[in-house]
Structure formats: C-alpha cells, structure tokens
Design a protein around this ligand. Sequence first.
Ligand SMILES: [Zn+2]
Length: 356
Amino acid sequence: MLEDKAKKSGDFRSLREYYNYLTTGKKIEDFGYNPLLSHAHEKNRKPIAAYNTYREQLLSAVHQRLVEEVRNKSQVDQLFNKQFFLNGEPLRYILKAPPESTESFVRGLRSFYEGVNKVAREKYGLQPITVRGEESCYLCKRTGRVIVVEEYNGKETLALCPHLYHRVMEESGINRRFQHKGFDEFIVEESNKAAVRAMRKYASYFETVLQTGESLLLIGPVGTGKTHLGMAVLMELIRRPLYLRFELLRKRYISLPQFLNEMRASFREERLHELAECEFLVVDDLGIETLDEWGRDKVFTLVNTRYQEKLPTIFISDLSPQELVNKLDERILSRLHEMARGVRIGGEDRRRKTDR
Ligand SMILES: [Zn+2]
C-alpha cells in the first residue's frame, strides 16, 4: 500500500511531516464520488465505501510503518490522535435519532463543533491556526462540510460546518428577522399547504432542480408568508450544502425594489452580474413598483441571464397574474412565463384583507 513512498523518517524535519507525506494519497473523487450529487445519493454510496476502506487500510499501514521505524508506539499513537485532529479526515457527526427540527439539528451540530475545539485545545494543546484569514477548523478540516451519520437509517449526509454558518447566512442576504424561521416555524393551513408542499419539494430535490433549472413564481396576497417560504428554501439549502466543482453553491436573496435602489445609488454593475449568475436566487417583491426604462433593463438582464443559463430562481409577488401583466415589461413577462412554474398561496378571497 505504501510501496510508492520511498522516503524515510530521516528525510523529514519532524515525525509530523513524515506522517503527512505517508498519509497523502488518493482523494474521494478518485473513487468516482460526484460532489454535484448529495452525499447520500445512491451513486455516491460505492465511492464513499471504497474510499473509507482505502483510508482505513492506508492509515493502518502508516501506523504499522511508523511503529516499526520509530520504535516508540506511544509516541506514534499520540501523534496519530493529534494528526487526526490536525489534518486527517473530517470528523463525523453521529445522529442516533432523527432531529426534532432543523433548528435543533443546527444547535446540536454547533455544540459538537464547540466540543471538538475544546478537545483540540485541552487534550492536544492545539491552538486555532489562521490560514489566509480563515481559522483552521478541526471539525471539517477546512472543507466546510461535516459528514452527518444518521445511525437510525444508515444514511450519510453533508451539513455546512458551523464555522462557516454565519458568513454564508450573511452573504446570502437573509434578513435577520428570518434567520430563525425555516419550514418548521411556518404555520401550515388549508389555504397554504399546497404551496408549502411545493416549496419543500423544491428544496428536497434541489439536485434535480439544479440540472433542469426549474424556477418558481410564488404568488399570493400580502401577509400569507411568501417571503418566509422563500427564505425557508434558502436556509434549507444553506444547511444542506451543495457543491459545484468543489465550490459551495452561491445562494442569494434580494428584494427587487431594494436591489434596484442600491444599484441606482452605487452603479455597481458587478453586483447585478453576481446575482444574475449565482446558482440559486430568490427574487422577492416582484412588480411592487412600476419600472422605468433603466429598471426594466436591469431586471431583464437579471431574468434573461438566469433563463439562458438555466439557473433556478424563485420569484415572489403579491400581484395576481393579470396585475403582473400590466406591471411588467413584455420581454420580462415572456421569460418568466417560459422559465417559471406558478405556485399559488392563500385564497383569492383573502386578498387585500391585510394591509401592506
Ligand atoms: Zn469547519
């Protein structure tokens, strides 16, 4: 197994460097792992199992070789434990029972993360190291993803590492007011249950959505929880991180009028491009204001880019389809019509009972 590792411990300045040299090997992708699919996806099962077996064998071979060469088993064992924290595999978060809610899951993962840091600090004397402005992470080994082992159903999934959580939430543009409002906090009633189901499904099958580029237009009266639902999808996707070419997918929320105002004030065209090209976008308050020519132009660029690149988008509007027709530019409408499936929330009769 270590036949290609010709150097000996004497070639290195420390045992740790030697260990790093010996344990560097194949990556999970070399076994056919597809980071575009979810970790629990059927097609990823074999690669994961093959990789785990490989790593187990590799580490045991490294251990054996070190003990033989160094002849001090306790020193090697100690190094092994420490290395496991320093640069081994990402640690696993084991769930014995299904979490009560997404919130409680996130809380549990957070305390696991804090526990790992405590062990690293107190047991192995490891201080947080800052690499390129980012603190190294003993839990995810800076991969940003934590492997969650769901013991009760034998599945493994991925979650966003808590060390990234706040940054990703902030980047996404989720309002503070909604930061603790996921699907679990949404009050389901007869008038909204079809919409809730559609949105949950959209989030659960996001790998497929990403391939088809399916978009939604969520319409319904003011005060029916449309923004909450859009944010819930976004948070679900943040907590269950997805990767494209090993990069975390970019997921953003904007309120359209607010975004246009910012654009008008800052002239930052690159912000428009960033939003037009991010892998998932929630566009809220569509049609709230009548657009002037400049605004129509910007919105068309946004919608048209997403349409052409097949990028999943959730549009949210308080207006009825007829009102949207009156309010939006024909070019924008025709794109919306082609790319987005309509989802209605609330009953027609409840319309405008609540004030804006
Ligand atoms: Zn981490």
